[in-house]
Design a protein around this ligand. Structure first.
Ligand SMILES: Cc1cc2nc3c(=O)[nH]c(=O)nc-3n(C[C@H](O)[C@H](O)[C@H](O)COP(=O)(O)OP(=O)(O)OC[C@H]3O[C@@H](n4cnc5c(N)ncnc54)[C@H](O)[C@@H]3O)c2cc1C
Length: 579
């Protein structure tokens, strides 16, 4: 059966449908790509394995030295997603994500320099470039002669990207760009910039432009002194009457917001891969540390509280890798609507890495706090992940509200169908929409073949049942929240976040079920035993978390919390003092 590639697994899930063909079997990397990457990884190891001291030094200095940048060029680090005919490696989304995973194991600043170039800096050219634009820029981008940067954020426009002030005014065959972009990764080393500006004559809409340093009028501020990822270049970019030829428009004039969102969505497999790499590295460090360090006459690895941390790290790493690889697989298989799933992978991966880094530092004790060891740097490095490429708050709102808008549209249809029922019950029933029928079947228990994940392996039936029950509860909850708040749901962020958290958990669980089931099918139950244990733990965590979140829809302290926040905001301090 041909699968409809316009469908989104998560959007369907919120309506109570499990489109299992989208996520099962678990996607695999092509053999040819696997072989190529295996070779590259061993070169990477030779190149980077002894550079731990340098990475620490460069973090302190706040810069990657030019000689190392040159080595990165020679190692092909800027050619990853550029098609082979233009001198690139032509990696798929899966291969690219895997590559960033490998780099993430060595150093965050190096991974970010590569990631900002490929994930967002030149991604617009790949997605929206004309053949002339590609022919002109790909060779230089591939060799690293040109490093790329993505310029959206401005002093007054962070999460609210649509409020940018950079202007583009048409003058003959050129757009003249003026404005200031803030905190641009690779700003100090890039020559190719994907710039977003409000375009004259488009009713306040923005447009994406290719801007190159040689156009004149492009300058960058000093290196920002940052908490983490210190060796990666972050600067402001000033655009002073930059004359950009008309042919440098990326996509359509006035459609820049869509371009920006598509770039960020498509680039998420890189950041996700980096998170997985970081987690794998931390598990290696923590297990070695726990086996080396003795206290109270025993290795700390023998204590339950240390085992608890390491066990959770393993579960989180497996789940994150499952989510990131599945989303990359969706992109590679040509699914068009993966924005919600990609947003989930960003939130889930960045928060899992954060918890893992924090616990790894805890296992290392005081050593973890010392700059001589890598833990404190990794904690500093990974903190930004929850802020850039869409803050996790904004992405949670996006995840839940995208699903709500679908349910809302169906509810409208349902309302008119129900009107029909009351006017003429027999005819009206015929008018009942799919959604209405589904709701009826949820109540009556009749029909609905898509409510079960039948392809999951029978060995993980109990864990799959947790997922299926969660999906039923989710669609009922989405419906109930929407009926309760209607259009006002936009302002109900406590409720929206809860729904997003449930969706994140259920998507991650579906990915883990798919991964483990595929592994059992291919390798047998005995080989997959440890993976089944991981799934069992994760499914239990998801069941307990979602149960709590569902319960809080009606039983919560939201209004009291809001009242306390308003009080603090009003006083601008904590007013109680027991002295
Ligand atoms: C190291 C680094 C590298 C970066 N690289 C780039 C780059 O290469 N290119 C680029 O364009 N940008 C880049 N950025 C900018 C980054 O994308 C922004 O910092 C990010 O989008 C958040 O914007 P902001 O910092 O202005 O925070 P704000 O948007 O001011 O948000 C502040 C807080 O309020 C929350 N918030 C905002 N709106 C809402 C809302 N409606 N509801 C609930 N909560 C809300 C946010 O989640 C956040 O917690 C980089 C930033 C850093 C620090």
């Amino acid at each position: 059966m041909e699968i409809n590639k316009t469908m989104s697994f998560m959007r369907s899930l919120c309506m109570g449908e499990i489109e299992q063909d989208i996520i099962y079997p678990f996607p695999k990397m092509k053999n040819s790509e696997k072989e190529m990457l295996t070779g590259i990884f061993s070169s990477l190891e030779n190149w980077l394995k002894d550079k731990g001291g340098d990475f620490r030094k460069w973090d302190r200095a706040g810069e990657l030295p030019p000689e190392f940048l040159q080595e990165m060029r020679e190692m092909g680090m800027f050619s990853l997603i550029i098609p082979e005919e233009f001198g690139g490696l032509g990696l798929s989304s899966t291969g690219y994500s895997r590559m960033l995973q490998e780099l993430g194991k060595y150093d965050g600043s190096v991974a970010l320099t590569v990631g900002a170039h490929s994930s967002i800096g030149m991604r617009g050219l790949l997605l929206f470039g004309t053949s002339e634009q590609k022919a002109k820029y790909y060779p230089k981008l591939s060799s690293g002669e040109m490093i790329a940067a993505f310029c959206l954020t401005e002093p007054g426009a962070g999460s609210d990207a649509a409020s940018i002030k950079t202007k583009a005014v048409l003058d003959g065959d050129h757009w003249v760009l003026t404005g200031e972009k803030l905190w641009i990764t690779n700003g100090g080393i890039a020559d190719f910039f994907t710039v977003f500006a409000k375009t004259e004559g488009t009713d306040g809409q923005m447009t994406a432009f290719i801007v190159t340093r040689d156009l004149g009028g492009v300058s960058c501020g000093p290196h920002e002194d940052k908490m983490g990822l210190r060796a990666s270049s972050t600067t402001t970019i000033h655009l002073d009457q930059v004359r950009v030829p008309k042919e440098n428009v990326l996509g359509e004039v006035g459609k820049g917001f869509k371009v920006a969102m598509k770039i960020l969505n498509a680039g998420r497999s890189g950041l996700g891969g980096g998170c997985v790499g970081g987690m794998k590295h931390l598990i290696e460090l923590s297990t070695k540390q726990a086996k080396e360090r003795s206290q109270f006459g025993k290795k700390i690895a023998d204590y339950g509280l240390i085992k608890q941390k390491i066990g959770h790290m393993v579960v989180e790493c497996y789940a994150t890798e499952a989510v990131v690889a599945l989303v990359a697989g969706l992109v590679d298989q040509g699914y068009e609507d993966y924005a919600v799933e990609a947003a989930i992978s960003k939130v889930f991966g960045t928060e899992s890495l954060w918890r893992t880094a924090d616990e790894a530092l805890q296992i290392a004790g005081g050593n973890g706090y010392m700059c001589e060891f890598p833990y404190e740097r990794i904690v500093r490095d990974c903190r930004i992940n929850r802020i850039f490429e869409g803050t996790n708050e904004i992405l949670r709102l996006f995840i839940a509200l995208s699903a709500m808008s679908d349910v809302g549209a169906q509810l409208k249809e349902l309302a008119s169908s129900l009107e029909g029922i009351f006017n003429d019950p027999i005819k009206g029933f015929g008018l009942l929409s799919d959604y209405g029928r589904k709701k009826l079947s949820q109540v009556t228990g009749v029909g609905g073949s898509k409510k079960t994940f039948t392809q999951a392996h029978p060995r993980v039936k109990a864990q799959t049942a947790i997922f299926e029950e969660g999906v039923r509860d989710l669609s009922v909850a989405a419906d109930r929240i929407l009926r309760k708040h209607g259009k006002n749901i936009i302002g109900k962020q406590f409720a929206t976040k809860r729904l997003a958290d449930i969706m994140i958990d259920l998507f991650a669980l579906s990915c883990v079920i798919s991964r483990v089931s595929t592994s059992i099918h291919e390798n047998g139950e005995i080989v997959a035993e440890k993976e089944i244990e991981i799934l069992t733990v994760f499914a239990g965590q998801v069941r307990r978390r979602t149960k709590s979140n569902f319960g809080k829809i009606d039983d919560n302290d939201d209004e009291l919390i809001k009242s306390l926040a308003n009080h603090a905001l009003d006083k601008e301090k904590f007013i109680w003092d027991n002295v």
